[in-house]
Design a protein around this ligand. Sequence first.
Ligand SMILES: Cc1ncc(COP(=O)(O)O)c(C=O)c1O
Length: 456
Amino acid sequence: MRDTNFLIGNNAKHVWHPMAHPGEMRANPPRIVEQGEGVEIVDIHGHRTLDGVGGLWNVNLGYSCDPVKDAMTAQLHKLPYYNAFRGTTTSPLIELSYELCEFFKPEGMARTFLTSGGSDSVETCLRLARQFHRANGQPERTKFVSLKKGYHGTHFGGASVNGNPNFRRNYEPMLAGVIHLPAPFTYRNPFDTDDGAIIARKIGAAFEEEIAFHGADTIAALIMEPVLGSGGVIVPHESFFPIMREICDRHGILLIADEVITGFGRAGSECGSRLWGIKPDMMSTAKGITNGYFPLGAAMIGEKLVSAFEDAKGPVGTISHGYTYSGHPIGAAAALATLAEVKRLDVAANAAARGEELLAGLHELASRHEIVGDARGKGLMAALELVSDREKKTPAAKDVVQALYDKTYEEGVMVRTSGNNVIISPCLIIDNSHVARILSALDAGLAAAARKMKGH
Ligand SMILES: Cc1ncc(COP(=O)(O)O)c(C=O)c1O
């Protein structure tokens, strides 16, 4: 291992980081995280912070989860890899597929297809949606519907259904035949209301209009996150998912719930679909499935789709899709141990309870800091939206957001900023003292951001 000076000197010099400008990264190199312990991380200078990012919405059980580490180590020694392409499989994969179908049984999930992460899981769902309709005698159903501000990863399919222009513009043209609906966002929307129930109905009406325009028989699936994460933690009204589910059902359109963030407890329920009381037709999962310790994902397939594939005669039922690491035995072992811990610790209930405390605290901060335009969240997904003018909702400038980020870090809490949003997504095993620490560091961070805005 090279010494500290080498690492600092070469930081961001030979690598291009995801979702970042390589020139900016060279000019302002990222923090080097060296160690993780419990719900905290330590940087290369020894500065310890509570991880308010939870890795990247994925280290739900924290950094010291020995059952997961032990399961991975044991599997590494027994069988570090074997493929799961037609003809061979491994025992952790068999066991994990059983457990995942059990875990998501209330959502009607009956099969799983393992992947290497969230983008892969989304891609798998999109592809299988088209194949399902083809196998079902409706090959013209190829289009996808999604939400503006939604995030579904970076493969061409996922990026095409993404609803953030930042992730699309440099890579155009995207997949043809994607229809975007407005996001169920009370703070900013084209409907001139902050009433979530009205917004839900209006998006439903817009969906119906698009269906009438395109023809239901051309639409394969609607894909949505139960709580929009990367788009700035947008929590839909409770009526929204049921409304969209009913419209999909009426028009034979599949509903894919992108549960990559919400899949294993983060939103305060075992999954986002359970939170809203709906059964999707497919679910894309990843992130918390292995507690972030191994890159693994799972596309879950609902009962309704099974026979179209399994009873199909000929190639239309063959899944001509998959990854070298689909069902990687170490990842599967990690996921099995993670699932057991998720259930044993009931992290969904803790996320719900701590999430309420956190949200109440964020509202209290908003009442004292003019710079906060909106505070929102569900479970342990939360955000503060920073503005320079509350009336006009003008997004706060980059250096103002950076001032919050730096001060909060100095105060001992790592948060993530995205545009003018401050995103808070700690490990799901935090207690109320951790919530208090996050709020107190943000309090100082907001004061620093306000000073920056005033030019001090
Ligand atoms: C909802 C959602 N879908 C898909 C993805 C893509 O996952 P990955 O980065 O593991 O490819 C993400 C990542 O943040 C996500 O939040």
